[in-house]
Ligand binder design. Structure first.
Ligand code: GTP
Ligand code: MG
Length: 277
């Protein structure tokens, strides 16, 4: 999990990104399949515009299948290519590799492999994806003419090399809805979150969009319109109690958020194409 972002850090991240962009032919922007819109960083659009960008939706195993298909379709207008993967198991990675080998090289005459940089907001699956694409093969150094010497390239395919360090993008938070989405999937620092607030917001969202996920997971008879009450019921079911039988609300909220993040409530996407990000 990344630290809180300050203007100085953002400027530094942007500078590093600008430097690394010069070295590559194309970019992979990693997005969380449950919040593809909120996990994009619009600040860097114009920076990336010079090279082809492939959107990779990670955590497809945690997202609604139909929603992921719709997102892939919708994102195709903005990206050179779009793919969805489970970066833990490798599902979808072969298809992505196939797509990546079709990328054009910036320097047409050279015979070297296509070079890629992976970018994305914190905790979105950048490192997992790089490991999946490269099969953890040993890093190869890029000390060839015209390439900065201290960069490590990892071979992903005979025609592909990936820069070993991903580019960190800061979450761009412009609305409470977006703050909620990024917090729900774990891309903002947990320490700056109020778990009870996030937990109750997630309950409000699920009560409206997917009440069955709550009813089934926690074996509830019905959902109270009061999210705090629902959180207390969840805490009871999950054994988050303090002496005297009272529910420990903060622990209940943390357990509930973890349940969502790990897919124990089902495959639930939090935003759909066309909604305001
Ligand atoms: N279920 C599931 N979990 C994933 C997937 N991709 C990544 N994860 C998990 O998400 C967490 C974060 O993954 P990382 O690869 O470390 O993410 P990152 O973007 O490199 O994170 P930072 O470097 O901290 O910004 C890990 O616990 C991964 O196992 C996926 O496709 N499905
Ligand atoms: Mg990482």
């Amino acid at each position: 999990m990344e630290v809180q972002w300050y203007p100085g850090q953002m400027a530094k991240a942007k500078r590093l990104l600008r430097e690394n962009l010069k070295l590559v032919d194309a970019i992979i922007e990693v997005l969380d399949a449950r919040i593809p819109s909120s996990s994009r960083n619009p600040d860097i659009r114009e920076l990336l515009a010079a090279k082809p960008v492939v959107a990779v939706l990670t955590r497809m195993d945690l997202a609604d299948k139909t929603a992921t298909n719709r997102w892939q379709e919708a994102l195709r207008t903005d990206y050179w290519g779009v793919s969805a993967v489970n970066a833990n198991t490798g599902e979808g990675v072969q298809k992505l590799l196939q797509l990546l080998t079709e990328l054009p090289r910036a320097a047409k005459k050279s015979n070297r492999p296509v070079r890629l940089l992976v970018v994305g907001v914190p905790n979105v699956g950048k490192s997992s994806l790089i490991n999946r694409l490269t099969g953890r093969s040993p890093a190869i150094t890029g000390d060839k003419p015209g390439v900065t010497k201290d960069k490590q390239w990892i071979r992903a395919h005979e025609r592909l090399e990936i820069l070993d360090t991903p580019g960190m993008l800061w979450p761009k938070i412009t609305s409470t809805k977006q703050a909620f989405a990024l917090a729900a999937v774990g891309s903002v620092k947990d320490e700056i979150l109020d778990p009870i607030q996030l937990g109750t917001e997630l309950i409000v969202y699920l009560s409206a969009h997917n009440p069955a996920s709550l009813l089934e997971r926690y074996k509830l008879e019905e959902l109270s319109p009061d999210a705090v009450e629902v959180l207390a019921q969840i805490g009871k079911k999950r054994g988050c109690l303090v002496k005297g039988g009272e529910v420990d609300m903060e622990t209940a909220a943390r357990v509930f958020i973890k349940d969502y993040r790990e897919g124990r409530l089902g495959r639930i996407t939090l935003e759909l194409p066309g909604e305001d990000g």
